[in-house]
Design a protein around this ligand. Structure first.
Ligand code: CP
Length: 315
């Protein structure tokens, strides 16, 4: 059987996402009710971190334990990964001992090389180019708040015709939002400072039909259903911090930008956030912000993903 990896958002199609959102809702309900869901009993996941993390580590680790499995945590500093063992050799060895691998690393090519030589599914826990697990959770969160059917289940048809305003860096999050818009049928309004634009070829999307570019972030936010942003300096780009602070000064999501969006627009941020830089404190801590639900939903959405990659459709 062909191994199913989750290296970028485009690795799954709209039907698979509809299944995952419904499954995540069910898994979340069981978690809240203290009902056991040990579908991955005796399974082990290796978690490889070459960059720092709070949410990704806790959500995958707690999630795997809640599914009845266990995890092995590796970093570059405490494994042979940091001593130049070839990624292909690491993949062959690690994937003979575990059932699933989650990797947070730098270049997307690294995770692709690992997956090519892995006997088990590989999940992207963030690369320079993509952050698919975050957008999976973000869209699940949007549907929880604005897109449930009469049974209270997330219904992706509510995404049709919706607009997501991306304000800030043309980074891995922006790339992944673009992939999601092509698959799930919504529109992205992008506003980035000059020199930090999204590159369609890196984002890996086929056409420009699902997005529009705006110089002025206020225009990007006008009429949006969701306004979202990320730090001005992503991990790995710290040397550019001073230049970025100057370039991004006008790309702070503030109350005026939220007022330009629809009255029921939501605000999201993948976190960690820098209040007073990419987002004003009264926005991230305000009534339209759903950032804490968004963070929690990493765990529920990823539990549905891990279950799907190992067991396929179970309902
Ligand atoms: N959003 C996110 O991936 O958070 P961490 O960097 O803390 O994992």
């Amino acid at each position: 059987m062909k191994i199913k990896h989750y290296l970028q958002f485009s690795d799954l199609d709209a039907q698979e996402y509809a299944y995952l959102f419904a499954r995540a809702a069910l898994i979340k309900k069981k978690f809240r009710a203290y009902e056991k869901h040990h579908v991955l009993a005796d399974r082990t996941m290796a978690m490889i971190f070459e960059k720092a993390s709070t949410r990704t580590r806790v959500s995958f680790e707690a999630g795997m334990y809640q599914l009845g499995g266990s995890v092995v945590h590796l970093t570059t500093g405490d494994s042979q990964l940091g001593r130049a063992e070839p990624i292909e050799d690491s993949a062959k060895v690690i994937s003979r001992m575990v059932d699933l691998v989650m990797i947070r690393t730098y270049e997307q090519t690294k995770i692709e090389r690992f997956a090519e030589h892995s006997r088990v599914p590989v999940i992207n826990g963030l690369t320079n180019e993509f952050h698919p697990c975050q957008i999976l959770a973000d869209i699940f969160t949007y549907l929880e708040h604005r897109g449930t059917n009469s049974q209270g289940m997330p219904d992706p048809s509510f995404l049709t015709g919706k607009t997501v305003a991306w304000v800030g860096d043309g980074n891995n999050m922006a790339n992944t939002w673009l992939q999601a818009s092509e698959i799930l049928g919504f529109k992205v309004h992008l506003s980035t400072p000059s020199g930090y634009e999204v590159d369609q070829s890196i984002a890996g999307i086929r056409s420009s039909d699902s997005y529009a570019v705006f110089k002025d972030p206020m225009q990007a936010c006008a009429g949006a259903d969701l306004v979202t942003t990320d730090v001005w300096t992503s991990m790995g780009y710290e040397a550019e911090n001073d230049a970025r602070k100057k370039a991004f000064a006008d790309w702070c999501v503030d109350a005026d930008m939220m007022a330009a969006a629809k009255p029921d627009a939501l605000f999201m941020h993948c976190l960690p956030a820098h209040r007073g830089e990419e987002v004003a404190a009264d926005v991230i801590d305000g009534r339209q912000s759903v950032v804490w639900d968004e963070a929690e939903n990493r765990m529920h959405a990823q539990k549905a993903l891990m279950e799907y990659l190992l067991l396929g459709r179970v309902a």
